[in-house]
Design a protein around this ligand. Structure first.
Ligand code: FAS
Ligand code: PHB
Length: 389
């Protein structure tokens, strides 16, 4: 088999770059380890920056998002029994879209079907070869048969546990990591959201987040120890703990119901440099992971894909390889800034094992300053709605 760009990974990064390249007349093949059903069953991000929304519209997959998504012009922060709102629109002139990653991925798969794009699912033993030559290739096994795709370029969109990043020689790769000493227990419930905007809560018992997918589907999270398990969290315990971490007004308004999904995700900050090695280009979680506190994971994948698709389209249009050559530096500049924000908000909002009473009061003091400082709120808002591409 042969294609122009072989895309390893059929999550949002792989599908989005595939769709943007298709609309520019560039041929791709997507290789996805899992079944489509498995990929579409994942519950992940919920907040889209305008940059991602614009990219989805450019890719021809923004209609359902624009119909069914919710515009949020601000968010609520809570601490020490108090709550205050940060008005993104007033402070930055911008807002965010609440529309689940699951729906984004669904829309991207539907668009790829319509475009007649080749997507190979449930493949194994993917290996990326020859990216330091002019003739790279991707080998894999499908239904036990060995197969090979010759291509011009490889887009490594296979997430944190994929093979792409590891294809870059260890001696070349620089990795930066911070593993947080806690995780997020997330619950999806078919109940009306407790608030019409997200609520991020700092509490001495731990962090909590109230989010949503639509008017009758709520998404809630509580911080839990790393060694915790879902088995130890019957719904009743989850709702009691969530209430305990929210200001009284919000806790009293909470509508509970049976969980339809419950899972624990670890939190880490991770960045690998460079994001390019010869004709291999990493994008999304294959290159970086942020703690979900700042809602940046999916949105950073989007800016990577913006830079990568622009560079590949320029190459095939005969406009030279300048954008390919500076892809890694350009993408990493935004990745590091968004990672800093995600780390900073995680540090502010979570209970760390060794922080003690003094550390708790420092967090509450910073939140009190944030509540009363337009400058501080503008800084947070500018990062939350998304830094420029
Ligand atoms: P993905 O991991 O989504 O996709 C990579 C794809 O590659 C997967 O489908 C995988 O099956 C496939 N793959 C892996 N190895 C392969 C191989 N060898 N060959 C072929 N295919 C292979 N972000 C937020 O902004 N907010 C959140 O609340 C949030 N919550 C999250 C919760 C969890 C549990 C996780 C894991 C992530 C969360 N994220 C969140 C981040 C998430 O949204 C990612 O940023 C987003 O999925 C990035 O998309 P991709 O780069 O496509 O990576
Ligand atoms: C979510 O809705 O899943 C969500 C929203 C905002 C975050 C993290 C997760 O910061």
């Amino acid at each position: 088999m042969r294609t122009q760009v072989c895309i390893v990974g059929g999550g949002p990064s792989g599908l989005l770059v595939g769709q943007l390249l298709h609309r520019a007349g560039i041929d791709t093949i997507v290789l996805e380890r899992r079944s489509r059903a498995h990929v579409l069953a994942r519950i992940r991000a919920g907040v889209l920056e305008d940059g991602l929304c614009d990219l989805l519209r450019r890719a021809g997959v923004g209609d359902r998002m624009d119909r069914e998504g919710f515009r949020h012009t601000g968010t609520v922060l809570a601490a020490a029994g108090r709550e205050f709102r940060i008005d993104f629109q007033a402070l930055t002139g911008r807002s965010v879209m609440v529309y689940g990653q699951t729906e984004v991925t669904h829309d991207l798969y539907a668009a790829r079907d319509e475009a007649g794009g080749t997507t190979l699912h449930e493949i194994d033993d993917v290996a990326i070869e020859g990216v330091d030559t002019a003739a790279p290739a991707v080998t894999f096994r499908q239904n036990g048969a060995a197969r090979r795709i010759a291509c011009d370029f490889v887009a490594g969109c296979d997430g944190f546990h994929g093979v792409s990043r590891r294809t870059i020689p260890r001696a070349v790769r620089r990795e930066y990591e911070r593993v947080y000493p806690f995780g997020w227990l997330g619950v999806l419930s078919e109940t009306p959201p407790v608030n019409d905007e997200l609520i991020y809560a700092n509490h001495e018992r731990g962090f909590a987040l109230c989010s949503m997918r639509h008017e009758n589907l709520s998404r809630y999270y509580v911080q839990v120890p790393l060694d915790d398990s879902v088995a130890g969290w019957p719904d009743s315990r989850f709702w009691d703990e969530l209430r305990a971490r929210l200001p009284a007004r919000i806790a009293e308004a909470l509508v509970t119901g049976p969980s339809v999904e419950k899972s624990i995700a670890p939190l880490r900050s991770f960045i690998a440099e460079p994001m390019r090695w010869g004709r291999l280009f990493l994008a999304g979680d294959a290159a970086h992971i942020v703690p979900p506190t700042g809602a940046k994971g999916l949105n950073l994948a989007a800016s990577d894909i913006h830079y990568l698709s622009e560079a590949l389209i320029a190459h095939y249009a005969g406009d030279g390889d300048g954008l390919l050559d500076n892809y890694s530096d350009r993408a990493l500049a935004r990745v590091w800034k968004a990672s800093r924000f995600s780390w900073s908000l995680t540090t502010l909002m979570h209970r760390f094992p060794d922080q003690g009473a003094f550390g708790q009061r420092m967090q509450e003091a910073e939140l009190n300053w944030l509540e009363h400082s337009t400058a501080a709120q503008t800084a947070l808002a500018e990062n939350y709605v998304g830094l420029p591409y």
